[in-house]
Design a protein around this ligand. Structure first.
Ligand code: UD1
Length: 433
């Protein structure tokens, strides 16, 4: 059971390098299963979610070899469809991408339902609707998802998503890659990681067009071939460091980013009085003056990302005036507010809306990371607060942030990770994000 101990109130200065995008990597690693050969993937983030997916592929018979810290070679030539380790799948939400990938590769899939949920109901009905439209028979029973293709395989179809869903868009894209004929996904999600998955598949021989728009067309190909691909930088990790500098003050150069992906985060922080300079693959974030209030509404891309809502709300807790935050994607994503209140934040939550009365300063306290981004939020609060903050359950944070403690220390934060022996009665199963 690790904890972070943060002595707050220090401004942040220096440079931080952003890792590969978690939400792209967790789709691209399962997609490697569809390649009947070797694929080399660069810029893999070193986080527990990617470790878990690579372990799942190895247990299914893939040969997984790390060439260096961030480059992996995956050989799925002799992968078996019945080798899937269900206990690992249950721990990670992104294991739902194995449904699309296994259907595409083997014509059938058996996976666990992605377990637990941290911010409201997280159905997979749109994934199932898409695969069913392609001709698969999908059944959810006893905590498992079982999907089978008809004898002739999957056939392209026109699919209109009832709700803009990142997971459903990518999962249907995977299954359709080797279906016969053309699939059209309408009302598709447009996040940068959707484009990244399409680019990965195309570099392995697929024909996916229109990713990044709300209409994606997939022309089925018989099989995918070996290839090499580099994952995009993580938009949310970059946004988290931007929010940390906004909260704690100082000046930090955030390197290895695609500034376009950060547009709506940069715009919101500028509105709050934070200076941001954009360069080709970096941004400089500077905050010396007072923070101003702002309203934020989360939406699918290119709107303000829901995965940045806890971090930006934390910054607003220290802004002058009243801010209103509206969560437009998830039903219940404000659990972390009770942690921020322990640090002196003044926030009222009503359904999907949080009304934040800015206070001049937060005060360090013992808090808990409720999930991945909620964990990032309390770390940001701890960096800006006076006194000491102890963050428990950091296992959730480590699912999605590579070397958070090391990167923050390098820009002047006083943060250490303290390990304590595990309590045998407590499960370390990570929250699902
Ligand atoms: C992904 C991200 C998560 C992020 C979310 C929204 C991963 C592993 N996780 O989650 O970090 O917060 O995108 O950007 O990439 N919905 C349905 N039916 C479905 C699927 C989704 O109603 O079949 C609803 C959800 O309840 C939610 C909304 O659609 O209200 C968006 O969900 P979705 O984009 O699918 O999120 P995930 O892919 O699970």
């Amino acid at each position: 059971m690790d904890k972070y101990v943060i002595n707050g109130g220090r401004k942040l200065y220096g440079e931080v390098e952003i890792s590969g995008a978690k939400n792209a990597a967790v789709a691209i690693i399962p997609a490697a299963l569809m390649v009947d050969g070797v694929c080399r993937i660069e810029n893999i983030p070193q986080i527990s979610d990617t470790d878990m997916l690579l372990t799942i592929l190895s247990e299914m018979g893939a040969k997984v070899r790390m060439l260096n810290r961030t480059t992996v070679e995956i050989d799925c030539t002799s992968v078996r469809k019945d080798g899937a380790p269900f206990e690992l799948m249950r721990k990670i939400r992104a294991s739902y991408y194995l449904i699309g990938a296994m259907l595409g590769r083997f014509g059938s899939a058996k996976t666990t339902m992605p377990g637990g949920c941290n911010f409201g109901v997280r159905p997979i009905d749109q994934h199932i609707k898409g695969m069913t439209a392609l001709g698969a028979h999908v059944e959810v029973k006893g905590g498992f998802v079982c999907a089978d293709c008809p004898e002739q395989g999957l056939t392209g179809a026109k699919i209109y998503l009832d709700k803009v869903s990142v997971g459903a868009t990518m999962n249907i894209m995977l299954a359709a890659t080797t279906a016969k004929g053309k699939t059209t996904i309408e009302n598709a999600a447009r996040e940068p990681h959707i484009v990244d998955l399409a680019n990965f598949l195309n570099s392995m021989g697929a024909d996916v067009r229109g990713a990044g728009t709300d209409t994606i067309k997939i022309y089925g190909v018989p099989k995918l071939k070996s290839g090499s691909y580099s994952i995009i930088p993580d938009q949310i990790e970059a946004g988290t460091y931007m929010a940390a500098v906004a909260a704690a003050g100082g000046e930090v150069t955030i390197k290895n980013v695609i500034p376009k992906h950060l547009d709506c985060i940069s715009a919101k922080l500028r509105e709050m009085g934070v200076e941001i300079e954009e360069y080709a693959d970096s941004v400089v974030v500077r905050r010396n003056g007072k923070l101003q209030r702002a309203n934020v509404k989360t939406q699918p891309y290119p709107g303000f990302p829901t995965d940045m809502q806890p971090q930006i709300s934390t910054v607003l807790c220290m802004a002058e005036g009243t801010s209103v935050v509206t969560e437009g994607v998830w039903d219940n994503r404000y659990k972390y507010i009770s942690e921020l209140k322990k640090m002196g934040a003044e926030v009222q939550v009503d359904g999907k809306t949080a009304v934040i009365e800015g206070v001049p300063m937060l005060t360090g306290a013992p808090v808990v990371a409720c999930d991945l981004r909620a964990g990032a939020a309390v770390v940001i609060a701890g960096l800006a607060a006076s006194g000491t903050t102890v963050v428990e359950d950091v296992v959730y944070i480590e699912r999605g942030y590579e070397n958070l403690v090391g990167k923050l220390t390098a820009i002047g934060a006083d943060i250490v990770c303290v390990s304590e022996p595990d309590d045998p009665g407590i499960s370390d199963t990570p929250a699902i994000v």
